[in-house]
Write a protein that binds this ligand. Structure first.
Ligand SMILES: [Zn+2]
Ligand SMILES: [Zn+2]
Length: 93
């Protein structure tokens, strides 16, 4: 199923920084591996994908490099699942 447009504030093609809030348990988290129209799952609920309520573009390459090496929950990331590989260019766990 192709992702629907307009699910996220950011609609570009690059990876960006997303801020998420679970509507079920109100857990908040942030991810530097956020994409347009792609959600992530809440670690507590493991239910439906949660879409970021706020997204900002990653502007600093340094920051990008750090984030690439950071632990990223691939099983909870819609983009990773769609790609079949880590969306941040890292290695598959
Ligand atoms: Zn939750
Ligand atoms: Zn991902």
């Amino acid at each position: 199923m192709p992702p629907k447009a307009g699910l996220t504030p950011y609609q570009g093609k690059s990876r960006c920084f997303g801020e998420f809030k679970c509507p079920v348990c109100n857990r908040k988290w942030q991810s530097a591996n956020s994409w347009a129209n792609m959600g992530q799952k809440c670690e507590n609920c493991k239910g439906d994908f949660v879409y970021p309520y706020k997204q900002t573009q990653l502007l600093k390459p340094d920051e990008d490099h750090i984030n690439r090496n950071k632990d990223h929950p691939q099983d909870k990331c819609q983009k990773c699942r769609q790609l079949g590989r880590p969306c941040n260019g890292g290695s598959w766990r």
